[in-house]
Design a protein around this ligand. Structure first.
Ligand code: PEP
Length: 255
């Protein structure tokens, strides 16, 4: 099944000012006139979205979290409806950095449902913190997928994107190690099987991404041999040159 390739930049809590955010975004946007086959998404801190959305029609904007409610007495929170209204079309959910604050699969499930109702596409992050000899990480990822996607209809499943992010390979993990395209391939095949058992053929159009210290040097290897439809990029997305190079590699690797 033909699935459009995608590259997602997760800026996390960067940069510090609007000015820097616009400079970085603009540098990427200006270099993307040739992009046809790759969907490019940038997820900045949401308060930058209002200005950034005016700088490019090619780049989709995404958020990095959302509250499952609609409106109401939820101090400090922002809802899916508000993010959609603001101009975002994607939302990263279940990122390991948020899970480390205590977010559970059940919390993430509520957020995914709320996002889908308003038309925001969830990018669900799954992945293990370490690998064990008994391959227990497969069942951990299976549980994450089953619990986070519980009650999602077959009609909605193609709107979800799954990002496999082994936490041990993410750039901010102390003592991190490189994951290989083979690690990604094995997990991508496994995730497809879990999805197909749960959602049948409707899951065939769902995209799976790899994320974990991807850079311009290893992007091609993950795209060619990692069994994925694109990449979720953290640190390297804060460097316009590197990020554009990764998008270029993705574009060239698309059929
Ligand atoms: C991430 O944390 O989502 C990520 C992909 O980060 P990095 O590329 O910096 O490892």
């Amino acid at each position: 099944m033909e699935r459009k390739k995608m590259v997602v930049g997760n800026w996390k809590m960067n940069p510090l000012t609007h000015k820097e955010a616009e400079k970085l975004f603009d540098a990427v946007a200006k270099s993307l006139l040739w992009v046809k086959k790759t969907e490019v998404v940038i997820c900045p801190p949401f308060l930058y979205v209002e200005k950034l959305k005016k700088l490019s029609r090619k780049i989709f904007l995404g958020a990095q979290d959302v509250f499952p409610g609609d409106v109401g007495a939820f101090t400090g929170e922002v809802s899916s409806g508000m993010l959609y209204e603001l101009g975002t079309r994607y939302v990263i959910l279940g990122h390991s950095e948020r899970r480390s604050f205590g977010e559970s699969n059940s919390d993430i499930n509520k957020k995914i449902k709320g996002a889908l109702v308003v038309g925001l596409r969830p990018i669900l992050c799954v992945g293990e913190s370490a690998r064990d000899e008994n391959h227990g990480y497969f069942s951990l990822v299976k549980t994450q997928i089953e619990e986070c996607l519980a009650g999602i209809s077959k009609n909605s499943i193609s709107k979800v994107i799954i990002a496999y992010e082994p936490i041990w390979a993410i750039s901010s993990t102390p003592g991190r190690k490189d994951a290989t395209a083979q690690d990604s391939l094995e997990m991508a095949i496994f995730i497809r099987k879990v999805l197909s058992d749960k959602f049948g053929k409707d899951s065939g159009s769902l995209r799976i991404l790899y994320g974990g210290s991807v850079n311009e040097k290893d992007a091609l290897e993950f795209l060619k041999n990692g069994g994925v439809d694109g990449l979720l990029v953290g640190k390297a997305s804060l460097d316009a040159k590197k990020f554009v190079e990764i998008i270029k590699i993705c574009e060239q690797s698309s059929k």
